[in-house]
Design a binder for this molecule. Sequence first.
Ligand SMILES: C[S@@+](CC[C@H](N)C(=O)[O-])C[C@H]1O[C@@H](n2cnc3c(N)ncnc32)[C@H](O)[C@@H]1O
Length: 285
Amino acid sequence: MKRQSQGVVLLALLVLASSSCARREPQPAPAAAPTAESLRLKETTVRNVTGHPIGYKVYPAGKPEAAESREIAPGTVDRFKTATPLEIEFSTGKKDAVYALDPGSPYSFRVDDETTIDLFLGSHGRDDAVDLAPWVPTPQPVVDRMLELAAVTNRDVLYDIGCGDGRIVITAARRYGARGVGIDIDKAMIEESERNAKAAGVERQVKFLGMDATKADISEATVVSLYLLPESNALMRPILDAQLRPKSRVVCHNYAIPGWESKLVMTETVEGENGDKHYIYLYVR
Ligand SMILES: C[S@@+](CC[C@H](N)C(=O)[O-])C[C@H]1O[C@@H](n2cnc3c(N)ncnc32)[C@H](O)[C@@H]1O
């Protein structure tokens, strides 16, 4: 891809030592001077979470003639340094799908409900952590109902996997006196959660961990809440199986846990603040 390769190339400045100055100590080469273009470059990432190799084309927006064809292995991340929007195209089997990529944003290839490849915004482009979902908050009426259905009390320890601004953990602490732990990969969300907990006066009941939730010890949880993509719920299932004690409750917003059908005790549809529909799934481990 012409335009992109230009963007990725860093300008290097070679300084040749003067041969006439035999006794001169070697000098460090001056750093490459930043160009206006290099200052605007941001890293855009695409991650393959489908479990299959995926072929795709990528090019500067509106310039399909400059397309570069690539293949991405399952579980890996491709990176593009770009100052301008890109377009990404792949064959879904039914049609060619083209998506816009904003400079600096992380995306994931997924398999959608019709088993075609789809593209979703993620939360980060790190290689060392799973991208479970983008930051999208659960509306407060849905949070309230999730905690009611899970029958949270002051004897519970609630873990929110991918806690965002901490609203589920904080509501459980404020309303029911529960202890809570929120885990999020995004350090800015953790800081916001801590500020929100303080503002709600529950900072002694809750804590927030900035880490990959798939690597966390969640074994003390009596209640777990999930608002993640469906394949991320599937990824969490063996962790929940291995770590949670029997009778622990798991409450999910919008997406079920594939393979836990026998543990499902209740589903409910709730209206959000704008009258839109949200689904709650309650499981008992
Ligand atoms: C859909 S939001 C849910 C936020 C909150 N639980 C709620 O319901 O309001 C998903 C969150 O998961 C976080 N996330 C994504 N991957 C993660 C990972 N590997 N470990 C921990 N958090 C992650 C994102 O940063 C984002 O804040």
